[in-house]
Design a protein around this ligand. Structure first.
Ligand code: SF4
Length: 350
């Protein structure tokens, strides 16, 4: 038997499709649909059909090791659902998430699932809600160490907690305090220290600074960037704020009603946005050197995701919509050096 044939036979059952280069994180056609129907009896009595919410539809992207992909979009666009899919809090309805070339959703359930959970951690939006108020910081940060058997004794756990607190700019003495004794920015640093306890490779950050004052957002973002540089971390960064995204990302995916409508390197997206929705979001950012100019607010409302518009779901808000847009959903295509889902870009109308 040839060496090549042997290699094929020995490939793990849940390996990603063979590619020359495997990114650390790869989502392929990831989809999540929630059944939000009323109870069966109500549906029968009121003659209502089942209601399905397509929170994420066909999300495909890669993140190279040590890089940051930011997903942006208005509230309800599905970006937080992507985050929860990638940490195994949700099962995908369709599609795959590969981590280091292996099918992560099969991996989360498998006998070595704890290894994967150690490698993939999440930082939540609200540092007030995500830290147990009755626990001291030492116990909060040491919990994952004990859970994953990464500290042989309490003394070793305390030493690690002290190091982790220092790595996020806090003092080892802070481990004796309770969360309420810290400011919002400091609490988010504690959340970051907790997420780092298991020495993860991939951090999923769901709006990690949006609950913080603007003045402390930059401090927390700088800590995250420094940690990324020092430890080679890979980030998926969820945000509704393009100004924050500009600060932290390498690539940006713009989501609208569950779909990625534009995926581009950061500099390209900010310099030459292609999709009309991306342009609309960028127009709404305050410009430092343009104070006299009226900003264009984001136009219109996000439609009801339970009853999305036909064709391109952005068409009711789009100044370039035509009959094709109302009838046919645009595919995410490689156009003008980026990936974009828009008939007008494909046809060269904009
Ligand atoms: Fe606008 Fe049509 Fe492009 Fe959708 S496909 S963003 S409606 S131009």
């Amino acid at each position: 038997m040839s060496a090549e044939a042997t290699a094929v036979m020995q490939a793990p059952a849940h390996a990603a499709p063979a590619q020359d280069h495997q990114p650390l994180v790869r989502a392929e056609g990831l989809a999540k649909t929630f059944d939000v129907s009323p109870p069966w009896l109500n549906r029968v009595l009121e003659r209502k059909p089942r209601q399905l919410l397509r929170a994420v539809d066909d999300a495909t992207f890669s993140i190279e090791k040590g890089q940051t992909l930011a997903l942006v979009g208005e509230s309800g666009c599905g970006k937080s659902t992507v985050a929860r899919l990638l940490v195994g809090l949700y099962e995908p309805t369709r599609g795959h998430f590969y981590f280091g070339g292996q099918d992560a959703h099969a991996g989360f359930k498998g006998k070595n699932g704890h290894h994967l959970r150690r490698s993939v951690q999440m930082i939540f939006q609200d540092p007030y809600a995500s830290l147990n108020p009755r626990w001291k910081v030492a116990d909060i940060i040491a919990e994952p160490l004990h859970e994953h058997g990464m500290a042989k004794s309490d003394a070793e756990a305390r030493e690690r907690v002290g190091e982790l607190l220092q790595s996020v700019g806090l003092s080892p003495a802070d481990m004796a305090k309770y969360p309420h004794q810290f400011s919002g920015g400091q609490r988010q640093r504690i959340s970051i220290a907790r997420a780092l306890a298991t020495a993860p490779e991939f951090l999923v950050c769901d709006e990690p600074t949006s609950a913080l004052d603007v003045s402390v957002q930059a401090q927390v973002l700088n800590i995250m960037k420094n940690l990324q540089r020092e430890r080679g971390l890979t980030y998926l960064f969820i945000s509704h704020n393009l100004a924050v995204v500009r600060h932290v990302s390498d690539q940006v995916g713009v989501m609208y009603l569950g779909r990625i409508v534009e995926l581009a390197p950061k500099h390209q997206l900010f310099a030459q946005p292609q999709h009309p929705y991306t342009r609309m979001l960028l127009d709404a950012i305050p410009k430092m050197h343009d104070t006299g100019r009226a900003r264009t607010p984001v136009q219109g409302e996000v439609p009801n995701p339970l009853n999305p518009p036909s064709g391109c779901t952005f068409h009711p808000r789009c100044p370039h919509a035509n009959a094709r847009c109302k009838a046919e959903r645009p595919a995410l295509l490689h156009l003008r050096g980026v990936q974009v889902a828009c008939h007008a870009v494909e046809e060269g109308r904009i």
